[in-house]
Design a protein around this ligand. Structure first.
Ligand SMILES: [Mg+2]
Length: 108
């Protein structure tokens, strides 16, 4: 389902460098978190941010997400859609609209 251009480009990039040997699921998951921290760093001291830096760090996060999904044989778009279905049922529009409450604190 997902656009294979990103997956193919990443596979080629990794293969050219023989980096797959370093891409265990554990290492890729750690890399997602490390890059997420770098993304947060863009906003560390102020709400102002350098869009170019945010763009690069967001790309790094997404790159590792794609690599991890590929490593685990998961379709990245499908897992997002599947999770959205679960989240949709936890947060029905009737009770969640306009609210930032966690699902277990929403009115019945
Ligand atoms: Mg980075």
């Amino acid at each position: 389902m997902s656009d294979s251009r990103v997956r193919e480009a990443l596979r080629e990039f990794v293969a050219e460098r023989d980096w797959a040997q370093f891409h265990s699921p554990e290492n890729l998951a750690k890399s997602v978190a490390i890059e997420a921290a770098e993304l947060l760093e863009c906003f560390q001291w102020s709400g102002d941010h350098d869009v170019a830096r945010v763009r690069d760090e967001l790309a790094d996060v997404l790159t590792y997400c794609h690599l991890l999904a590929d490593k685990l044989g998961l379709d990245i778009d499908q897992i997002v859609l599947d999770k959205l279905d679960k989240t949709r049922s936890k947060y029905p529009v009737e009770t969640a609209r306009g609210s930032s409450e966690k699902h277990d604190r929403l009115p019945d």
